[in-house]
Design a protein around this ligand. Sequence first.
Ligand code: ADQ
Length: 472
Amino acid sequence: MAEPLVVVSNRGPVGFRRDADGELATVRGAGGLVTALRPLVDRGDVTWVASAMDDTERELAAAGAREERSAAGTLFRLRLVAHDPEAYRLFYGVVANPVLWFVQHGLWALKDDPDADLAAPWENGYVAANRAVADAAVSELDRAPHATLYVQDYHLYLVPAFVRAMRPEARIAFFVHIPWVGPGDWAVLPAEISRAIHEGVLACDSVGFHTERWRSAFVASCEALLGRGDDAERRSHANPIAVDTAEFDELAASDAVRARRAELQAERPEILVLRVDRTDPSKNAVRGFQAFGRLLEREPALRGRIALLALLDPSRQEIPEYVDYRLATEEAAAAVNGRFGTDDWLPVRLDVRDDFLASVAAYVEYDVLLINPVMDGLNLVAKEAPLVNGRDGVLVLSREAGAFAELDEWAIGVDPLDVDGQAEALARAITLPPGERRARLEGIRSRVRAHDVDAWAARELEELEARAPSGA
Ligand code: ADQ
């Protein structure tokens, strides 16, 4: 990317921790957004503005912007924004997750306290944090006045409007990584909050979504809430995010992943069904485990020969709904194991820990990949895992994941609330003829390689070019 870019996201491309000796160590930033956007830093002149997540990062934020190096060796500037810890808790743990996340994933029914008053957390948390990030973004734009500001996701919906008020000429793009929902779904929130969110995003020149479906919902909700459907139509586009294919090829061939594959092979059953997610209610692990139980019920011949390996990265455990869901996940796995397990066969192997390389090793080894989210903006695992799989593995994919729009031709589609349907899909995946398995896997790979992260980033810039005033 030749022109300077200021990327703004809640979580940075790297995280920082102090090890036991107090030495500063960097860690791979977790989650899909960071995985997808990290390659941007290798495209040139990039500044990244992100929130400080904890005391270590707040301390670093106080020392000013830092120069960091990407895994590929490119230098970039990292500006961490320190928030007051209580404001950050309200912003992240009360408003962004779970309120906005639940609204945008059809999960409102799971809210512990759907009628809780949002006015104070909104003002003192979400608005305050967005304002602090916008102030930092503006000071970075002032260093590089021709830079494009590229704001990310549901944490930062208000940033574009705050920046626009301070720098009317700024070139601002936005990418929404999660589903967008229609006006009826937004109606669970106070109208002034929904309106502020929509106005915030519409202050951009260009807004990207993973699918046409989410983009159309955005146009519909802008029309219903603000009467600005035409404006939303003009500014928005669908451009599904992509995978850094070279990174996954290299990872799969690395010694660390080979070592983990050897461990997995020593214990693997004949047929390995895999899921890799965060422990997030939207990812729907509980129904996935129930479906696997139904499969064992209806196909006794599979017992002892198959296992479901669930590698779940613990997520948002400071939020009660997420703790409840992790516990429900553990109970659902135990229920299947209690019913079908024997002394020498464990049907569901649930591993709740943060081990990215183990996930990549399992990507190579699966026979069936089960991805059944209730709703998902895209789902990167659906693209990453087939890329490196070595066993002609079959993808069973929720029709409610954005990735389904791209991969439906080669995946077996499932409805995420239909447990029996998922059991049937698993049975079908296991019995597909070898030639068909291979053809489906090759189809996914060709698509993922053709629309890679470079193609995705180029399209984002083209869309902005087409819409933003050029003389910023
Ligand atoms: P997520 O909800 O986090 O992303 P997903 O797209 O599946 O979901 O991405 C998960 C990412 O985490 C994958 O890239 C995977 O490689 C990575 N990962 C797995 N285990 C890990 C670990 N232990 N540590 C670090 N990373 C790990 C959100 C949206 C999605 C959307 C993405 C990108 O919810 O719908 O696809 O952003 O836009």
